[in-house]
Design a protein around this ligand. Structure first.
Ligand code: FPP
Length: 246
């Protein structure tokens, strides 16, 4: 018999459609156990698989995960290499997820600086995934992502379109701008979660988070389970979102 999903008493009629997560605290999780930082990232990746399934199963429509920022290249080479290997290994799992549950997977960020093998694999996953474009669930992995870079890239594309006479000045509005971001077509996040006790945005989705609700937790990412996510959603469900109105 199919096991019934434990939804931890959530109001499933009032879920955030789009959740963004800064998966922080892997290094400290490993340090506390005398393990290398890469072991923390591996546990973080494992946790992410559970959280992804939970979100999908309760009916969240989009999940955006900060996996590697444009600033993370400044980490020791050994750690960067371990992270890149981990992303590549995990992609097979997400191909399976797409097959079983029909999810669209996208990679947001600049792919060109990534290794050829990883980049190739990412392109394959995205190509395969396109058939699930209207499946109702999208998973965005932010890898080599920086929000300022994303905004500059959009501004340059729009400037080019203006210069080439493709658009007029009046056509440049927030909606057109959003269409030039990596997250085009995906509604802005309703809820952003940052575990591990840090309370900052770290160059993540600066444009998209204009009206997002923020939730912070002291739990380190590898320990941040479905129940903790449900607590974050419950807190979100108590908030009064006004979008600048009274
Ligand atoms: C931040 O924690 C975490 C990262 C820079 C890497 C996050 C990546 C994963 C969880 C793997 C994701 C897998 C896929 C498939 C995308 P930190 O290392 O800064 O932790 P610390 O602040 O405790 O040192």
């Amino acid at each position: 018999m199919k096991k019934k999903l434990n939804t931890y008493g959530l109001d499933l009629e009032n879920l955030p459609k789009h959740i963004a997560i800064i998966m922080d605290g892997n290094g400290r999780w490993a340090k506390k156990r005398g393990l290398p930082r890469s072991a923390g990232h591996a546990r973080g990746a494992e946790n992410l698989r559970h959280i992804t399934h939970f979100c999908y199963d309760i009916g969240v429509k989009a999940l955006t995960l900060y996996a590697f920022s444009t600033e993370n290249w400044n980490r020791p080479l050994q750690e960067v290499t371990a992270l890149m290997d981990l992303f590549a290994e995990n992609l097979n799992h997400y191909v399976e997820l797409m097959g079983d549950r029909q999810a669209e997977v996208r990679f947001i960020g600049e792919k060109d600086r990534l290794g050829d093998k990883l980049k190739q694999k990412m392109l394959e996953v995205e190509a395969y995934s396109r058939q699930f474009k209207d499946s109702g669930f999208v998973l965005n992995f932010a890898i080599n992502y920086g929000s300022r870079d994303e905004i500059l890239r959009a501004a340059k594309q729009i400037a080019q379109d203006y210069k080439n006479g493709k658009i007029s000045l009046d056509e440049i509005d927030a909606s057109l701008f959003s269409e030039h971001l990596y997250t085009h077509g995906v509604p802005d996040p309703d809820l952003l979660i940052r575990p591990s006790g840090e309370q900052r945005i770290s160059n993540f989705l600066l444009w998209q988070c204009a009206y997002t609700e923020f939730y912070y937790s002291d739990i380190l990412w590898p320990d941040f389970k479905a129940k903790n996510l449900a607590d974050a959603i419950k807190e979100y469900q108590k908030r009064n979102r006004r979008f600048g109105k009274v």
